[in-house]
Design a protein around this ligand. Structure first.
Ligand code: ZN
Length: 339
């Protein structure tokens, strides 16, 4: 009961990449970079284990960004000439690559870090991939001329990689879809269908992570505009509840999401975000336990997994580590209370 996990990413050590940045520059190149990514992956596994996290990840140490990390080994994408694009309904601008031809995987994308992680931890291993709708919202299209068609093409590539990750011994494959609470109508029109296509044929657990984004300024400003209650999830949860995805990860700590919306996710494991990634203030185990208890008012307790609100990539490393400890200790406290 009340297993713990993280949304996916952890801060990178400063010898690997620029700290506290969402799109950091690598500090090294070539073979040295590959070795450094490997070392950082082992370190982040060890830190999660020592903190007491049950379902661990590679900390996304091998990718520069959660979306573009998947795109690097795909034919049909021009990475050389990045263009500025407003993403998440123009919430912020990003320099993005373009799709310039038919999409095809050149080979495995995440084999090295998945196999390394699998070989070095006995805990359950989760691996994250960007969801098709979020990819389609984070890349310029100069080939397909149709967002849905392009998203479905990405879904097929995600499926190819996801099946291979499963064969590598990954226990949970999570698709990150922060675009899901931006384009609510599209989620029910085609977003879930694209997700099913990405997760097709998988026997391991599947998850989708939705959220209100990292703790960067553009997101914090956006949240100010969403009003006293954030009800975006209300539009998409019923469709997610009917979907074939096993788990839903979402933001609860310091969010204005009414907790009773969780009851719309009947039948799903819910990765309840009990750790805020938008503030350096470290939660107390008591606060974590209280939010877990709150979630059990709306979900069967065996369906509640304690998680972070979102990825921790742009955070201070010491703060992130302290938050992992609070997460694990809070879940332990909640287990004791319910035992
Ligand atoms: Zn997130």
């Amino acid at each position: 009961m009340f297993e713990t996990t993280i949304a996916g990413s952890l801060p990178k050590p400063s010898w690997l990449a620029e700290p506290e940045k969402l799109w950091p520059q690598w500090r090294l190149s070539g073979a040295e970079l590959e070795t450094a990514k490997r070392d950082a992956t082992l370190l982040s596994l060890k830190e999660q284990e020592d903190a007491g996290i049950d379902i661990v990840t590679d900390g996304e140490q091998s990718r520069q960004h959660f979306v573009h990390g998947f795109l690097v080994n795909i034919e049909g994408i021009d990475f050389e000439n990045k263009v500025e694009m407003g993403i998440r309904a123009d919430r912020y601008k990003a320099m993005v690559p373009s799709v310039t031809g038919a999409l095809r995987l050149k080979g495995r994308v995440h084999a090295a870090e998945a196999r390394l992680a699998r070989a070095h931890t006995k805990r359950k291993l989760k691996f994250t991939l960007p969801g098709p709708m979020t990819i389609a919202d984070t890349i310029a299209d100069r080939y397909y001329g149709d967002k849905v068609k392009m998203a479905m093409a990405f879904a097929d590539l995600l499926n190819e990689e996801a099946r291979a990750l499963q064969a590598d011994g990954v226990d949970v494959i999570q698709f990150d879809e922060p675009a899901f609470n931006v384009f609510m109508d599209e989620v029910t029109d085609w977003g879930i269908e694209a997700l099913h296509r990405a997760a097709g044929g998988l026997a391991c657990k599947t998850a989708v992570h939705i959220c209100y984004g990292y703790g960067i300024k553009a997101n914090i400003d956006w949240k100010q505009t969403l009003g006293g209650e954030w009800r975006q999830y209300e539009k998409i949860f019923p469709a997610l509840a009917k979907s074939r995805i096993d788990q839903v990860s979402l933001e609860c700590k310091n969010s204005r999401v009414p907790m009773n919306l969780l009851s719309l996710l009947a039948g799903k494991d819910v990765l309840v975000g009990v750790i805020d990634v938008a503030t350096d203030r470290v939660e107390t185990p008591d606060e974590v336990a209280a939010l877990i208890s709150e979630a059990t008012k709306y979900l069967p307790k065996e369906r509640v997994v304690a998680c972070t609100n979102c990825g921790m990539a742009p955070m201070r490393r010491d703060v992130a580590m302290a938050k992992l400890v609070a997460l694990a200790e809070g879940a332990k406290l909640a287990r004791n209370r319910f035992a």
